[in-house]
Write a protein that binds this ligand. Structure first.
Ligand SMILES: [Zn+2]
Length: 62
């Protein structure tokens, strides 16, 4: 007797919130770790705003 259940396919529509959340987290990680104002057009504002987070994460800064 086979007791192994067949895997149930997950519709892509059900994965959409996770995909959007992952993309948002990648953007946030970029802004915290690498943005120097050239992409975000905020000058040094964003850099200074997340400066302590950069150091907390060990990102090379200054
Ligand atoms: Zn720094």
């Amino acid at each position: 007797m086979n007791t192994t259940a067949a895997p149930t396919p997950v519709p892509v529509r059900d994965l959409l919130p996770a995909i959007v959340a992952a993309a948002a987290m990648l953007v946030l990680l970029y802004l915290v770790q690498f943005d120097q104002g050239a992409v975000s057009q905020t000058g040094s504002f964003l850099h200074e705003l997340v400066h302590d987070a950069r150091h907390l994460l060990g990102v090379p800064c200054h």
